[in-house]
Design a protein around this ligand. Structure first.
Ligand SMILES: C[S@@+](CC[C@H](N)C(=O)[O-])C[C@H]1O[C@@H](n2cnc3c(N)ncnc32)[C@H](O)[C@@H]1O
Length: 237
């Protein structure tokens, strides 16, 4: 299974992220795109279940499966939702959803998770998501993006990522919390080296989705737009 440094994240993730209105806005925008009739929902990179909680509020009668490659995250989420028999969690990564048959879900939703993918796995991930969705099913991806693609460490790309991430750190310090800023600064070397944290343009995702057979993919900016948080959604024909 994909290794992820998120298995060892040593902070109170829910508390720190809860201080960040831009993250709350992003997750809310994703949940607004849930079709009200959806019954089976896959939450990819479910982490501690912050998005899972919002999906449950929006779709009280649905069955929700969270998948995450980090065993510590799966355990934390299982504990949190132990009282809800309609929610379960399993280990696994988006690049290999073989534990789910074709046409299993009405929605595949994900937040702040798919920027962990290696750039050469986007087509595999998009094809897996397409496969497990039912015809008419919807993919909703809320994540952070950048403005420039290019070879790792090339000047234009490195400048874009550095400018974006330092702007984010300043924004978090001024508008979220000291701890949220520190999380961003701690992750900065990983983003710069493209080591487990790899920003892409929104179009890098929409192109992969279109290649996998999704109907036209839509990019929705969430505030503040300059931080490059976006929701991307697309329906399976
Ligand atoms: C920043 S957390 C976000 C969790 C949650 N969705 C939220 O918004 O709070 C990112 C999660 O993505 C997971 N992840 C990393 N690589 C992944 C992959 N290849 N497939 C699915 N999830 C992955 C990590 O283990 C981690 O729990």
């Amino acid at each position: 299974m994909t290794q992820t440094h998120w298995n060892d994240v040593g902070i109170d993730y829910d508390k720190v992220l809860g201080t960040d209105a831009s993250n709350v806005a992003l997750l809310s925008a994703a949940v607004e795109l849930l079709p009200p009739t959806a019954k089976d929902v896959l939450d990819i990179g479910s982490g501690t279940g912050r998005l899972t909680s919002l999906v449950r509020e929006a779709l009280p009668l649905s069955t929700i499966v969270g998948i995450d490659p980090a065993p510590t995250m799966v355990r934390a989420a299982e504990e949190k939702f132990a009282a809800d028999s309609g929610i379960s969690f399993t280990g696994g990564a988006v690049e290999d959803l073989s534990q789910f048959p074709d046409n299993s879900f009405d929605v595949a939703i994900t937040s702040f998770a798919l920027h962990h993918l290696e750039l050469d796995t986007y087509d595999t991930a998009a094809a897996e998501i397409f496969r497990v969705l039912r015809p008419g099913g919807r993919f909703i991806n809320a994540d952070q993006f950048c403005r420039v693609m290019g070879p790792a460490g090339s000047l234009d790309r490195a400048l874009d990522v550095l400018d974006l991430l330092t702007a984010k750190a300043r924004h978090y310090l001024l508008h979220a919390s000291f701890e949220r800023m520190l999380l961003q600064v701690d992750l900065l070397p990983r983003f710069m080296r493209e080591d487990g944290e790899i920003l892409t343009t929104p179009e890098y995702w929409t192109d992969a989705l279109t290649r996998s057979g999704f109907r036209s993919a839509i990019i929705v900016p969430t505030p503040p737009e300059e931080l490059m948080n976006r929701v991307i959604w697309a329906d399976k024909p």
